[in-house]
Design a protein. Structure first.
Length: 156
């Protein structure tokens, strides 16, 4: 089974698109692209593909790592390193329904390599709904704390 996802801005412009694959032990990222310009998607290189496991021990760590370049800044390279730490099972209200979820603490680092490496560290939480995928994520970025919650599912 494959799961496709996307993120759009509030004005409907597509910014991210990806595909995950179900394996025997969990979900892995097979493709990820960002729409950095209006021309075409910029594919990333998936270094470590773990998204989330179907079974995990408390404190288990799962690594996701991807790299990419922005055609508008050919001298720069980017890398996102994400560690998901399994916290446990929970339930959440998603789109008006009680959904069984798994909860992960997240530690991530975004590195920009352009004549030296500049890193941004972020912490947060992710919740994956049974039979749905990512339903909520929270990030602490400096003094900001954006929260995103799934509000609709489009079956295509």
């Amino acid at each position: 089974m494959f799961l496709s996802g996307s993120i759009s801005r509030s004005d409907g412009v597509l910014t991210h698109q990806w595909q995950e694959e179900e394996t025997r032990t969990g979900m892995v990222m097979t493709e990820y692209a960002m729409f950095l310009s209006k021309d075409k998607p910029q594919k990333t290189q998936i270094v470590y593909d773990d998204i989330f496991p179907f079974k995990a021990d408390p404190g288990g760590i799962f690594l996701f790592d991807m790299k990419w370049r922005d055609p508008a800044s050919p001298d720069a390279s980017y890398q996102l390193i994400r560690n998901r730490i399994y916290v446990g099972d929970t339930t959440m209200q998603i789109m008006g329904k009680e959904v069984k979820c798994v909860h992960f603490k997240v530690r991530e680092r975004l590195e920009v390599d352009q004549e030296g490496i500049l890193g941004l560290d972020m912490n947060g939480d992710e919740y994956y709904g049974q039979g749905i995928g990512l339903v909520r994520f929270v990030r602490q970025v400096n003094d900001r704390k954006p929260v995103y919650t799934l509000s609709s599912i489009n079956d295509h």
